[in-house]
Every structure is written in C-alpha cells, then in structure tokens.
Design a protein around this ligand. Sequence first.
Ligand code: ADP
Length: 705
Amino acid sequence: MRQQPMIRQTIVFAFLIASMLTFVAGAMAYVEQPVARQGVIDLRAVNWDEQQSVSLNGEWTFYWNQLQTPATIRERARSAQSSYKQVPSTWKDGATIHQSYPNHGYATYRLLLQLREEDVHKRFAIYMPSVATAYQLWINGELVEKNGVVGTSREQMVPKNYTKLIPFQSDRSQVELVVQVSNFVQRKGGLWESITLGPVEEIMLERDTKVLYESLIAGCLFLMGIYHFVLYLARKREKSGLYFSGMSIGISIRLLFLGETLAVRYFPQIPWEIGVKLEYLCASACMMFLALFVHSQYPLEFNRTIRNWLIKVGSVLVLFITITPAWIFTEAILIKEIYLVLCYCYVLYVYVHAVIRKRHGSLLNGFGLMLLFIASINEILFYANLSPFENGVAFSVLVFLFTQMINLSMAFARSFDHVERLSEELRKTNESLEQKVQQRTQALEGKNKELQMMQESRRRLLSNIAHELGTPLTSIQGFIKAMIDGVVKPNDPKYLSVIYEKTIYLHQIIKDLFELSKIESRQIRFHFQPIPLITYFHSLYEKHLLDMEKKDLHFVWELGSGMQPDDRLCIIADPLRVEQVVVNLLTNAQRYTPAGGTISLRIDSELGPDGTGRAFVEIRDTGLGIDSENLPFVFERFFKVSDARKARAGGGGGLGLTISKEIIQYHQGDIWVESTLGAGSTFSFSLPVKRMQTTTEPIEEGRVS
Ligand code: ADP
C-alpha cells in the first residue's frame, strides 16, 4: 500500500513527459500551409508525394444571400455582388478582417485551386467536414455532393450534418470549387471547419484514422461507462459508479455526433434536430455528473451548496434544450459555455485543494484534469490556426476519465481489502468467542459438578447430623422414659450421669459443627503472626507433659535432623488455632493409646536457599492404630472407626480431625496420617516456615507466606 503513491507519481511523470514529447514532435512536423487569397489558392508549390493533405483555408469568394451555381457565376461574373470570406469561420465571425453576416441566411462560396501541370488527372479527394447546416458542392462545374437541402428559408431547407469524402479528377490545372450553404436552424452558419484536399488515398487514410480514433475513444468510454453502471447496479449504495458511468456514456454519445459524426454516418435516418439536441444534452448532463462524481470523491473539498446549484442550473439547461428547437437553444450556447466553464473551474479548484490535502488519488485526478485543460486550450488554438494538433480533447477526456477510473478501482480495491480485513478480524473474534464460550461452559460444568457435590455432601451432612444428634437423644429419651415409667429409679446417679455425659457429648458435637461451619465459610478471622517454631511447639509439649504422665504415657519431645535448637525459624500462623490442632491430635493419641504406651511430638523442617520452606509437626503414638480400609476417611466429617473401639476408648463426635484439616489448609499447609493397626498411628502436618533476619520483621495479616 505504501508503494502506491510512488507508482502513481511515476505514471504521472511518464504521462507528462510523453505529452511534452508529442507536442514538440508535432510542432516540428508542422509545415507551412498554403493560404487562399482573394478566392484563389496556389497549390503549385505543394509536392503531393511529401505532403499528404492541404487545408483549403483563407479567403474564399463569397456571395451572401445568393445561391449561385458555376454557370450563373460565369454568366453574371461582373454583375454578381461578391466579397471574400475567411474559411473556416462562421458567417458572424471574422468581422475584423472581412464583413460580418448574420448566422441565419444562405450564401455561395467559390475557390479556385491552382495545381501543377503534372498533378492534372491526379486522383484527388476533398474532405468536407461539418458544414452548417446544408450544402451542395460543384467541382469544375459538376454537382458532385449534396448534404441536406439548401434553401432560402427555414421551411425550404433541410439540415444535415455529417462529414463526406468526395473524390475527383481534374482535367485542367485550375480547379473550381463552388459551395452553396444555407442555415436557418442553428446559431452557427457557413463553412466553419477546414475543408481538406489531398491525394484520394491519403485523404481516405486520414479519414479512416479519424474514424478509428473516434470509434476507439467512444467505444472505450462507453465500455467504461457500462462497466461502472453494472458495478453500481451490484452495489447501489456506492453512487460514484453511477455518476462515473453517466459521465462516460454521456461523453461517448456526444463524441458520436461530433468530428466524424459517426452516429449520423451509421444511422443517417437520425434527424439533424435530434442529433444536435443529444449533443447539447450530453454536454450539460456530463458536467452535472462530473460535479456529482467529484463531490462523491472529495466531499470535504467540494462545497455541497455549490454542487446543488450546479445541479439546479444544469437541470434548467437540460430542460431548456429538451423543450426548445435547435435554432433557439443553440443561440443560448453562451449560457451553456459559461455553465461548463464555471463547473470546470470549480472542479479544478477542488482538485487543487484535494492535492494540497494529499487526498487519495488526487494527484492522478489532477493530472487527468490538467491534460483536459491543456487539450481544451489546444482546441481553441487549433481553430485559430495556431496549433497543429486536432481533436486532442476526445483523447484527453479519455485519459481524464481513465485516471478517475483508476482511482475508483483503487477505492473499490481498498474497500475490498478493508472488508477482507474486517471479515478476518470477525472470524478471529468469533473463534476466540467460541473458545471463550467453551471455557465458560467448562467452568460452568465444573461449578455445576461442584454444586452437585456440595449438595450431596450437604445431604450427607444433614443425615449425619440427624444420626449423630439422634442417637444420644434417643438414649436420653429411653433413660428418662424408664424413669417416668418407674423401670429405674428417677434419682439413680448412675443413669443421671449417663444422661449428663450424653448431653455433654451433644453439646460437644454442636460446638464442633458450629466451629467447622464458621471455618469453612471463612467467618473466623485468623490472626497470623510469626511464631518461633521450636519455642512454640516445645511450650505446647511442656503444657501436656504432666497430663500424659498422669495417664501413664511416655511423652517424648524430638527434633528432626534438619533442626537446631537456636534456629530462628518462624511459622506464620495463628497460635491459638495451631494449638487447637495439636491439642486435638494429642487428645486422640492419648485416647487411643493404652497406658504404658509412648506418644512423641517431633518437629522438623525443610528450607530452600531463600530461607523459606516447610515445617513438619509429627504426633506419633504406639496405640491401637487404624486399619488401612478406614485410613483414607479419618479426616471426613463424623468419621469414627468403630463403635466397639469407641466404647473402649471413649471417642468424640468424629469432627476433630475435620476441623484440624480445615485449620491447616487455611494456613496453606497439609495434614496426613500413617498408621498400622495394633502398632500405632502418626499424624503429621506441615506449615510454611521461613528463617527470620530479625524477630520484628513485619507480617501482613491474613498472609501466611
Ligand atoms: P473423634 O472426636 O471421634 O476422635 P476425630 O475426627 O478426632 O473424631 O477422629 C476420627 C476417628 O479417627 C476417631 O473416631 C478414631 O477412630 C480415629 N482416630 C483418630 N486419632 C486416632 C489415633 N491416634 N489412633 C487411632 N485412631 C485414631
């Protein structure tokens, strides 16, 4: 994309250089032409082998308001009122050199051609261009061509206007041309375009070249127009295609009625009036389309109000041309020309602005318009006989429209690129959306499973609670009923103490449940603080030593191999909660270890090079142990190994280990058990630990590591 301006600049320079070279070459090839003086043109200096054609320009003998024939001219040679008239020029033009006449009227032109003797009997041809608006031609006294019907009033004449090629052979060196012309139907009258003479093959070649050139340009313009019209039909929102096609087709139709008047040549039945109307209509309509098109290309540079005014004035012109006859609307040509020039100047101004503001393609457009401008000036110079180049406007129009087409196509290509990019982005977004949906669905499914599991565990919990609370309640009920029924004595201390123990048990379960639910729902706030590892656990050991000894149990304090008594290791923990865990584990060990057994409290640690790691606390007993079937479930709620054993050891409600596990996990630690039935159990837990530089190092509350 970044290379585009470079390519465009190269094209622009190539065009500029090519046009300059063509101009210079043309000017060099421009040969001095013979000019008619006082009704005679001397062609004896012309070498027809070198020069292909000669324009019969200059002073023709002129009989105003007289329809003379070669015969009448000879008869009344002296009496006929004649003057000289510049050809090419309209009757009204040329007032500075010769007399000026009204454009409506009739007249006879006469020119004598002086040929070299060796050119006598040579096959020549005269090329008659557009003559306004009917004529008949005599060569050496013989009527050789008619175009329309010459008459002395609008009613008597029939206008016709298309180019003709008239071959002839002269048997003398002086050739007489007599042309009768009449015009009552349009603004211009007379021989207003150059008549050309040359060897018949050359003139035919010149004409064929012109026909080919004009057909090619008209064809190209027409195709460009149709192409963009079809594009517009496919995408009606993009109006620039419609304006462009209107402009191209309009210009191509107009071209068919100008120059070689190809339309009339191939369809002679087209009335002259319709042809002129179409030509004028196309010119005005094209300008309107140009205004609309340029506005659509550069909406910021093209003032909307001016555009609307140009369209309004153009529409009035179109209406005027449509409803009035040619002899009226051709008179209003000045208004049309002013309109076209204004339009043109404003478009030029817009392009200059667009180039200054570096709008897309403005340089190429500006170049096309500049070429058209140069060609228009050249056309004026050509008709003033100051430039050798004929008919450059058609070509420059083609170049101009071609530059527009390149821009339009580039704009289309850009739009497609943009759409492609957007589609790609959309596709990617869709893909990532799908991925997101999948992820969310998976997350939702996970949550759903979690919810189902929670539901299930809640259900189990409720049934456990019902069972755990129901069993002691039933036995309390049974004892009280037995007392009421008189089966046992109401104040029997044995039964009363059983009832009392059951209520203590119930109270314990309710208390544990309450605590567990608070820990699980994080309602209990933990107060984390650095606790010196060895000192803290040793103080717990000392606290329980007496109690153990009372129960005839050996209580041993052990330090692991990775520990030294002066280690400045600290766990970051809530001391009360960790104590709760240790007490629970020690109580269980006491409960399930017969008298004479050994219980040990062992501390160890593993540290990384950064001074952080884990502390391990181990409570080992030589008690009953747990069989491997039950071992995986000891941390579950309400899990108790067996009623018989419990009866022997006097267990709790099966919530102690669950609470311990929750507390340790809250500290980002782990808890686990190893046990052999009959040999004893080892309950261990780990906690994050770090070596402190100073004991007063600040700790974020709620954070363990
Ligand atoms: P309880 O309050 O009933 O002791 P716990 O959750 O503390 O509940 O323990 C769950 C079960 O794990 C106990 O019922 C007991 O059977 C078993 N248990 C716990 N600690 C030991 C131990 N040190 N030795 C043998 N069994 C144990």
